[in-house]
Design a protein around this ligand. Structure first.
Ligand SMILES: Cc1cc2nc3c(=O)[nH]c(=O)nc-3n(C[C@H](O)[C@H](O)[C@H](O)COP(=O)(O)OP(=O)(O)OC[C@H]3O[C@@H](n4cnc5c(N)ncnc54)[C@H](O)[C@@H]3O)c2cc1C
Ligand code: SF4
Length: 461
């Protein structure tokens, strides 16, 4: 299936300029561009894009509203299934989901569903149409632990059903990875995340920050002392992994989580704050996912010459395609098929280089990707003063260790069924805390499924 109208290109900040600032890279569509792009959609009777959207947004219906210039109507359609369209329009891996399935992609370019979703989400933020009315209260109370996409989605759905919902968040800011992980140049915090969180509050959801469940309050206390009828755990996977190689404790080695949290949450990039971060002149980021791309592009913006070291090939990079493209445009150097074996320090204990070994790809492994194998004797050094490990994360064991009857699997993820029921009655979970590090939309989808299961549980109880 082809379309005579070419996909409307999105305007972006010049790569040379943006590589030195933290302002948003992509400008998004204006109304005219959005309408032109929307007019490409064929409004398929059996839309493959909807099937591939983890929260099943009625994509052709919202796109039709955009074509007709009814942007508030489009927002209403999206808000039925998603409380974070401006976020998802910016960060979802659309190429593997809705756009990857769009029928127009078979012979040409798929509809730019993500950019249209972003346009509609931003319109809703700017014009604030009242898309959902809070439901009358049903007298039941649910505690949500964690304010990331899973917690926000679960809380929104429950509030819409009439539950009294309170989110408990460990950090001083609401949004989980959306505020502490994904950088400002990809996802503006005040302009977008805070506004979408505000819309969740407007549904009647209460949010308390600086409460570490498992320390300040235990899950059992929420159920027994505080009188909540159910608890949802959406605490994410914030515990970084390291390689276990020599030199990882040298000065100048960070986890990507620490580096990004210090930059985003503590404004290390902003000279007016007293919380800087030392990135040095040459920074090597190890990994190939979204976290690695965010870390390396942040290092570049903080003034370093920045490199990605990844043990597989470019085809296998798990990061969103757009982020890899943007990183290359910004001058990031990619050292593919290379794996660190040692980090080398000077007499003061500071990083001075990293030794890597070249890799080649063998047969596919359990993940379906070709297994990287070392090429003996191919070691080489990259001079650097900072090494950032972006190798994935796992859930923090705190809640499991302080809650009776809550089981985890061998990766430390909470055990829960498809609907989010854990091994403890009345306690539900979803998002990265259950799956391990995944995506925003999958976390939202899990939060929504759990909300449905909580509703069923409390209706029967
Ligand atoms: C740097 C980075 C870039 C990413 N880029 C993308 C991307 O481009 N696209 C994409 O789809 N996904 C991306 N992801 C993944 C995505 O952000 C996560 O999969 C998603 O945020 C998971 O949502 P969640 O709600 O399960 O957990 P989180 O977003 O991690 O939220 C969990 C929240 O729970 C809080 N919490 C933890 N423990 C407690 C406790 N004991 N008590 C109270 N609160 C607690 C945390 O402070 C946090 O706010 C990225 C992740 C990172 C780190
Ligand atoms: S598959 Fe593509 S063309 Fe068909 S409805 Fe979805 S976005 Fe429109």
């Amino acid at each position: 299936m082809a379309n005579k109208i070419p996909r409307v290109a999105v305007r972006e900040q010049d790569p040379k300029v943006r590589a030195a600032n933290f302002e948003e890279v992509c400008y998004g569509y204006n109304a005219e561009e959005a309408q032109t792009e929307a007019s490409r959609c064929l409004n398929c009777p059996k839309p493959r894009c909807v099937t591939q959207c983890p929260v099943h947004i009625d994509i052709p219906a919202f796109i039709k509203e955009v074509t007709e210039g009814n942007f508030a109507g489009a927002a209403e359609v999206i808000h039925r299934d998603s409380s974070l369209p401006s976020v998802c329009g910016r960060v979802c891996p659309q190429e593997n989901q809705c756009e990857g399935a769009c029928v127009l992609g078979i012979k040409g370019e798929p509809v730019a569903i993500g950019k249209l979703e972003r346009f509609v989400g931003d319109y809703a933020i700017e014009h604030n149409p009242e898309t959902v009315t809070p439901a009358p209260r049903n007298g039941k109370r649910v505690a949500v632990v964690g304010s990331g996409p899973a917690g926000l989605a679960c809380a929104s759905d429950l509030a819409k059903l009439g539950y009294e919902v309170k989110i408990f968040e460990a950090l001083h800011k609401v949004g989980g990875v959306l505020v502490y992980g994904i950088p400002e140049f990809r996802l503006p915090k005040d302009k977008i995340v805070a506004k979408e969180v505000e819309a969740v509050r407007r549904l009647g959801v209460e949010i308390e920050t600086d409460v570490i469940v498992g320390r300040t309050l235990r899950v059992d206390e929420l159920l027994d002392r505080e009188g909540y009828d159910a608890v949802f755990i959406g605490t994410g996977a914030g515990l970084p992994r390291f390689m276990g190689i020599e030199g990882e404790n040298l000065n100048g080695v960070f986890s990507a989580n620490e580096m990004l949290t210090r930059t985003n949450l503590m404004h290390a990039y902003d000279d007016t704050y007293d919380t800087p971060i030392r990135i040095g002149k040459r920074c090597v980021v190890v990994g190939g996912g979204n976290v690695a791309m965010d870390a390396v592009r942040t290092a570049k913006r903080l003034g370093a010459e920045a490199f990605i070291v990844y043990r597989r090939g470019e085809e296998e990079l798990p990061a969103r395609r757009e982020e890899v493209h943007h990183a290359k445009q910004e001058g990031i150097e990619f050292r593919m098929l290379s794996n660190p074996v040692r980090i080398n320090g000077d007499e003061k204990g500071d990083v001075k280089s990293i030794t890597c070994i070249r890799m080649e790809l063998g047969e596919p492994d359990a993940s379906g990707r070709r297994r990287p194998q070392e090429i003996p004797g191919s070691e080489f050094d990259i001079e650097c003063d900072t090494v950032i490990m972006a190798l994935g994360t796992s859930p923090n064991p705190l809640i499991k260790s302080t809650t009776e009857g809550l089981e985890t699997n061998k990766r430390g993820c909470l055990t829960a069924d498809e609907e989010g029921r854990t091994t403890r009655e009345g306690v539900f979970a979803g998002g990265d805390a259950v799956t391990g590090a995944a995506t925003v939309i999958l976390a939202m989808g899990a939060g929504r499924k759990a909300a449905k299961a909580i509703d069923e549980y409390l209706t029967k109880k």
